[in-house]
Design a protein around this ligand. Sequence first.
Ligand code: INI
Length: 159
Amino acid sequence: MGTTFSGSLDGRGLRFAIVVSRYNETITRRLLEAARETLHENGVSEEGIDVAWVPGAFEIPLVAKQLAVTGRYDAIICLGCVIKGETAHFEHVSREAAHGIARVSYETGVPTIFQVLTAFDLTQAMARTQGALNRGREAALAAIEMARLMERLRRNRES
Ligand code: INI
């Protein structure tokens, strides 16, 4: 019988970097708080969480990559909020954030979690940063699970 690989939600001893954008900061702070809280709830220590602030979602991938290549982190969590305005700027920013964040994962092998909200208005964004629905929580859980899964896959490669 073959092997089934899966991660776990045990964050003890893991290290994370969170890249968070200041644009729409009311929302991104809420994502950050929920992500931090969830990491702690799952055993990640205060010293295990570094945070880097960037101006907007467009700048997230560069900083995420810079952090990923240090080799210090088990996963990178990217938090941002893009809200549709009256021009196509929204499309460019959200597309590049998504592509860029995915590329960081593929190029570095470090799980890089995409939690850049793309909303049509502030109400939609607020709804996704409340209570159990807070997407910062989802991002933190995905980061722990992916960190543990990658660790498991590395062990499998070495054995
Ligand atoms: N950045 C965001 O994070 N969210 C937005 O909604 C947004 N809009 O709508 O313009 C936004 N723009 C700034 C962008 O991310 C860069 O910081 C800027 O273009 C400088 O490179």
